[in-house]
Design a protein around this ligand. Structure first.
Ligand code: UTP
Length: 289
């Protein structure tokens, strides 16, 4: 079944990047010249997604404005002969059908996904975490959708992380299927050392069957008192199995300060306008470090 819908949870408080996120949503932090969430919507669109639901919350209005038309700005740019920039700005509002829903309290990622239930209905859908930007050759959402279509089971995007960092993410019980693909039979959110099943963790992307909503609706709070998406996916993994895909791509965590800096530098180096200048600057700077 073709995946047409995507959900981007973007209602978290972003406490790890305060004070930058006191007023500005972390999903709006720029990487060179585009806010993080624009890269994420572009990734969904590149996978053939036509309808995107962004789950927002208090103080996240800037995200809605970014995906809306900005008539006055476009008008001023066109009068100044800046057609190229005006077109670029205008195109953001037409990338996909972008919808919004509010998560009234930030009760966890699973709770945010549950807010998408009536938008999604009965079809499978992609979830792209609003603060995880992934730069890849083929859209990572596309890589996961392909596997969903192939196996007919929920798919999670995974990477092997250093053992001492697994506790920050989640841990998966996996058995290999083929190069870069695994069957998943269980998972645990933010495991303690004794609970670690493997060093494979979910990083920012999954494609889920609509059944996840039934599970989420009855899900008790887990780690940190939050309704965890991982806990609901663990139920699916145990009941019907899931697929893990070691995706091609580099992920940047825009929810942490170092992640934001790494994204700026690495994406900046490939940027057609500033890449060369940044490279020269970094080489000079490196000599002084
Ligand atoms: P995080 O756990 O990284 O978000 O969630 P957070 O709560 O903002 O983080 P800190 O610890 O306070 O810095 C991953 C994604 O899920 C969204 C976030 O916006 C982020 O894009 N999220 C998280 C929600 O939409 N709702 C929530 O209740 C929690």
């Amino acid at each position: 079944m073709k995946i047409r819908k995507a959900v981007i949870p973007a209602a978290g408080l972003g406490t790890r990047v305060l004070p930058a996120t006191k007023v500005m949503p972390k999903e709006m932090l720029p990487i060179v010249d585009k806010p993080a969430i624009q890269y994420i919507v572009e990734e969904a669109v590149a996978a053939g997604i036509t309808d995107v639901l962004i789950v927002t919350g208090r103080g996240k209005g800037l995200i809605e404005d970014h995906f809306d038309n900005a008539y006055e700005l476009e008008d001023v740019l066109r009068r100044k002969g800046r057609e190229d920039v005006a077109d670029e700005v205008a195109a953001i509002a037409h990338m996909a059908n972008v919808h919004f829903v509010r998560q009234h309290k930030p009760l966890g990622l699973g709770h945010a996904v549950l807010a998408a239930r009536s938008f999604v209905g009965e079809e499978p859908f992609a979830v792209l975490y609003g603060d995880d930007v992934i730069v890849s050759r083929e859209s990572v959402t596309g890589q996961l959708c392909r596997r969903f279509e192939e196996y007919g089971k929920g798919v999670v995007g995974v990477k092997e992380v250093p053992r001492e960092e697994v506790g920050k993410y989640c841990t998966l019980a996996v058995s290999p299927l083929k190069e870069g693909e695994f069957a998943v039979s269980d998972m645990i959110e933010k495991p303690t050392e004794e609970q670690i099943l493997s060093c494979w963790s979910i990083l920012g992307r999954c494609v889920l069957p609509a059944r996840i909503f039934e599970v989420l609706a009855h899900q008790a709070p887990g780690r940190g008192g939050e309704i965890q998406l991982t806990d609901a996916m663990a139920v699916l993994a145990r009941e019907e199995g899931m697929i893990a895909v070691d995706f091609e791509g580099k992920r940047y965590d825009m929810g942490n300060k170092l992640g934001v800096l790494q994204a700026q530098i690495e994406v900046g180096l490939t940027h057609p306008e500033v890449g060369q200048g940044l490279r020269a600057y970094l080489k000079e700077l490196a000599k002084t470090l």
